[in-house]
Design a protein around this ligand. Sequence first.
Ligand code: PEP
Ligand code: MG
Length: 576
Amino acid sequence: MVSPLKDGLRASYAGRSVSHGRAVGRALLVVGRKRQFFHAEIAKQSVDAEIERFRAAVTYASLQLEALIAKPPTPNAADIFDAHLLILESSSLLDAVAEVIRTDLVTAEWALKTVTDKLVSSQRASADVHLRQKAVDIEDVAERVSNALAGERSALPPLPPNTVIVATELLPSTMMEFSGTPPVAIITERGGWTSHTFILARESNIPAVSGIKRVNRRFDDGDLVIVDGDNGFVTFASEEEFERSIKDRASRGTASTAGAEADDSAVPAFRLYVNIDSSTKITKGLERGALGIGLLRSEYLFPGIKGWPDEERQFREYAAAAEAADGREVRIRTFDFDLDQVSFGGREPEKNPALGMRAIRLGLAREQRFRTQLRAILRANTKGNISIILPMVAGVQDIKQVRSLIDDEFSRLDGIQFPKIGAMIELPSAVLVIDQILKNVDFLAIGTNDLVQYTLGVDRDDEMVADWYQSLHPAILRSISRVIDAAKAVGKPTSLCGEMGGSAFYVPLLVGLGAEEFSVKLSSLSTIRRILRSLDREKAAEIARVVMELDTTQAVEDALVAAYRTFWPELQLTRT
Ligand code: PEP
Ligand code: MG
């Protein structure tokens, strides 16, 4: 039994709420940068296969290092990679990992971590500066082998019931892999409100707290913890609290489903769509009254697949989505991943992936791969209800280049309807040339999550700068207003599809700025519908006019709180 007293105290850690709710569960540490994993056991009969998998990964990592030694990226890099190869090929390391797999019955990833963690801490404790330096090399080699193991994409084992995930940073792809056996809560050091991981957590009603420093030293596997996602706190729990919470959850589970979505009728004057990250949720979104799928984040449709999924696999997913939508529009966004998410290591990671080779840039740079996605989407459009959204568009040139690929692929297909094409407006450059972009697309989708990140220069995944991530910054409000006005002037629709559009606090202001179309996550549909139905648009426009004159985020926020309290107290539009 794990005591609620940690180091003699009932420790409580303050972080930041990134997904509401409260849950009690058992901590499970998730580690690894590129391919995340956790302590998981294997069956005795799988030991030989697991050791074989480890050996294959070592061989692959050695080949990578030999290639780097033959063609070093910098003159003295060959010596470093040579040293790495020596570490990798030392029989003591290889034998030790195989031995841990055999005796502890754990995965290769976990065995490698156990062995290299031990080595690294003993080197770090050494008085000799060279040995201390060697610790870094061992970590590098371990990372390389981990990446090679990741290349095989063996499925993550299911999570035990009542698991609270603890991770420095939890990758969205890892989160997607948990979808069969979701955790009851998440605790991380990094990641902000608009990080994909927490968008997914909120969608699945999984409470989460981020911003807990050195999180993996504060919690151990098996610790009982209470995650208070409403107030951003984590506390150790007693066995009694844990048992009670399991009983509560079981009774809530049976009571809560009936009648959850009583009113799913359309709201006149507004168009409400749903954001989807898994085609299994499409029917649910439509049942809850969404007009269609306003944003299908295609990169999430293939959990467990590393790299670009092949064309047939993609075609099946997109066709299933179009079918499930039953004639309603499905806007499929082309892959919005970065280089790191589709490569298998063997190269230095990009320094700034958010500013690097990602989204349509990556597509245009890997044209043949990108064509497989465009072709698969086009082929699935037999009923004409699929549209394509292009992420991270910087200006017209990006759109023209992608359109020419779409035209080319379309010209080779028969019996297919040409899809509508839309651009995500997420970069300040796109806002500045919005009139030009509008001449080249059928609709716009404002991705406020990235628009805030790129306009204000604040990493949306970096919890440390969360205070500077200000959705109500006057520059953001001006950008949104400008885009909506420009699109209206030429009669083209604009949807608000970032987290702002799904948040009760921002929606009245967005309506005041002229927004008529929203695409929100499934769990926000009913709240946003209720708010849209209750709003007086004239009043909302008046509030927007007032706040557009203000010059600080704080002033905007204060004015909104006061205005909402005055005009719509019953809606309780508070920032939580
Ligand atoms: C956005 O950036 O607001 C958006 C909707 O896309 P994503 O969150 O997937 O980047
Ligand atoms: Mg985005």
